[in-house]
Each structure stands twice: as C-alpha cells, then as structure tokens.
Ligand binder design. Structure first.
Ligand code: DAH
Length: 343
C-alpha cells in the first residue's frame, strides 16, 4: 500500500522541480497536471486500494499534490508574464528611428590654432609645450626681462597667491627657454597655448587669450629667413603675402618688429578690426637676443635665431568674420553651433 503513497510523493516532487521557461512549456505543464486528462486524477481513484485507516491521510496527500500543481502554475504564469513585459516585447517598436545624437563642434579658436600649427608643420616646425603655471625665471628672466620691467608689474601678471615666483604665464615665450635649455640647435618649434594678463575685459582684449610662439635657431639664421617664413605664413593663412614689418621693441629680440597683414577696408568689420588702416597686427618677432641664447646655454657666437609670438583671437576674428572677442569665451551654443562644418 505504501506504493500508492510513494507515487503521490514522487509526483509532488516532480511538480516542485518543474521549470517551464516559455509560455508553451507552461501550457504543457498545465495539460499534464491540471488538464482534463491530468496525471493526478487517477491517483484519486487509487484510494480504493488504500486501507481504511490510511484513506484520510492518502486523500489529503493527493489533494496536496493537486493544490501544489495549481499554486506552481499560478506562480509560473506570473513570473513569465512579468518577464515578457519587462522586455517590453509588446511595447517596443524596433523599427522606429533612433534619437539623433547631437554632435558638438570645434571651437573657432581651436580650428584657428590647428590651421596655424599645420602651416608651420609643413615648413618643418614641430610642436612644443610648456605649463600654464610658469615660474618667474622662464617667463621673465630667461626672456631678458629685467627686474624693474613694467611687464613684471603685479597689475599685468597674475601671481599665484602668496608667491612671487609662480605665475600664470603672460606669453608663450617661456616655452622658448624650456626648449633651448633642454636641446641644442637646430631648433625649429612652435608652441601654441593659453596666456593670461591682468587686463580689463573689452571687445578687443580679455584676461585670458591664446598665442602661438615660434622659434628657429641654427647656424646662420637671418632676418631674411624670418621674413620669408612669415610671408609664407600670411599667404597660407590669409591668402595674401602682403605684410608689413614695423620696427618695435621686445626685451628678448634684437632687432624686433611687429607684423601686420593686409586685410583691406572693404567692409565694416575689416575697417573696425584694423582700426581704419586696413592692416591687422598679428604678431611680434625678431632675432633672438644673444643674451637669451647665452642664458639658455646656447653659444651665440655659433648660432643665431629668430622668434615670433602671435595672437590667435584676432586672427580668428578675421578668419570667421566675428565681431567681438568676448564671443570666444561665453560658450553660447548658438554661437558655437555656427562652426559645425569647420574642421
Ligand atoms: N611675447 C610677446 C608678447 O606676448 C610676443 C613676441 C614678440 C614673441 C616677439 C616673440 C617675439 O617670440 O620674438 O607680446
């Protein structure tokens, strides 16, 4: 008689172990244990063969088998439905087009810088870098700027608080010193970067702007080499070789000059940008002062060189016909979006 009990117990274990994974498998489960020809029904009939004193116990066991099948079915139905709605199978339309990704654009200062860099790279210059936080020696002393020079004034230079030695570089020229103290000629580098000056913000100037420094040191480098290099640059950058070199003064060059490029006055923007002259001043330059070479460990008897430092913002204004320098720093997407197609 215990066979009858064993059969029911085995069935209960079987039900507990069943793991239908899909709706079809669940339907198989339902037919097997709960359908009109289910496997539990015949067990009720078996009660005939069970001794009287065990009939009650047997009946309860078969009932338990039936209930466990019902419970298991309800549970499985719930989990399968939850899983399918999680996947959102009914809600997802996989044929719908995706959300478009907003692509950013390059900043006009960056594209202007890249353009300048690539022109000089074509002439064999390589890119050098220096830190934005500079020390007094590289920024001023090595650049032949004496202690009492007005450029060192607290009003022009941002010193790091509490320091008389550390400052935000006021120009990219200290990169010249960094390169010359670490390598011997031939040297042919450009150094693009950010510079800082304690100035009032206006349509023309800003306390933070960008420069590209250039340095060429070798045997027999002449002023004519510099002029030719800069003319080639003007031609490539602005489509004209028409430049003007005006004598000037910088502590680190001798002789020194400032260079203007002809942009004409045929529209109001160029008229304003060139202050009514047609000439756009873009850089300072000159032959590296022998004392700068000496301070940086290069023999001025053997080598000579030229250097230049150009402002980027003004060139970008001209290149993209932008009316106001402040637009470069405001990060207004309506402005920046206009440069999407520029690379
Ligand atoms: N450092 C100068 C400035 O910020 C620009 C400059 C002038 C750089 C002449 C040079 C140079 O290398 O030779 O105004």
């Amino acid at each position: 008689m215990s066979d009858a009990f064993e059969n029911v117990k085995r069935l209960i274990a079987e039900i507990a172990a069943a793991t239908p994974q899909s709706k079809d498998e669940l339907e198989q489960f339902r037919i097997q244990y709960l359908g009109s020809k289910n496997v539990i029904k015949p067990l009720f009939g078996e009660i005939r063969n069970v001794p009287n004193e065990q009939k009650k116990e047997y009946g309860q066991l078969v009932n338990e088998a039936k209930e466990s099948a019902e419970r298991k079915f309800a549970e499985l139905q719930e989990t399968l439905e939850a899983a399918s709605s999680d996947a959102g199978a009914d809600l997802l339309d996989l044929t719908r087009p995706g959300e478009p990704l907003e692509l950013g654009s390059r900043h006009p200062i960056a594209t202007t810088l890249n353009r300048i860099v690539s022109i000089f790279q074509r002439m064999g210059f390589t890119v050098a870098e220096g830190p934005d936080i500079e020390d007094d020696w590289h920024n001023f002393t090595a650049m032949n700027t004496p202690e009492d020079h007005p450029a060192r004034d607290m009003q022009d230079t941002f010193y790091l608080s509490g320091s008389t030695q550390l400052l935000l570089r006021t120009h990219t020229s200290p990169v010249q010193a960094r390169v010359m103290t670490s390598q011997q000629p031939p040297i042919r580098i450009i150094a693009p970067g950010r510079v800082y000056r304690n100035e009032t913000i206006s349509a023309r100037s800003h306390a933070q702007f960008h420069q590209v420094e250039g340095l060429y040191v070798d045997e027999g480098v002449s002023f004519a080499d510099m002029k030719q290099t800069l003319m080639y640059f003007a031609q490539e950058m602005f489509g004209t070789p028409k430049i003007r070199l005006r004598p000037s003064y910088f502590p680190f060059t001798e002789p020194s000059a400032e260079m203007d490029v002809w942009i004409g006055m045929d529209n109001e923007k160029n008229y304003r940008l060139s202050k009514g002259t047609g000439w756009l001043e873009i850089l300072g330059c000159g032959m590296v002062d022998p004392s700068v070479l000496t301070m940086c460990g290069i023999d001025p008897e053997k080598y000579s060189g030229f250097a230049f430092g150009m402002g980027i913002e003004r060139q970008a204004l001209r290149l993209y016909d932008i009316p106001d320098i402040r637009l470069f720093f405001e990060n207004d997407v309506r402005f920046l979006k206009q440069f999407r197609s520029v690379i």
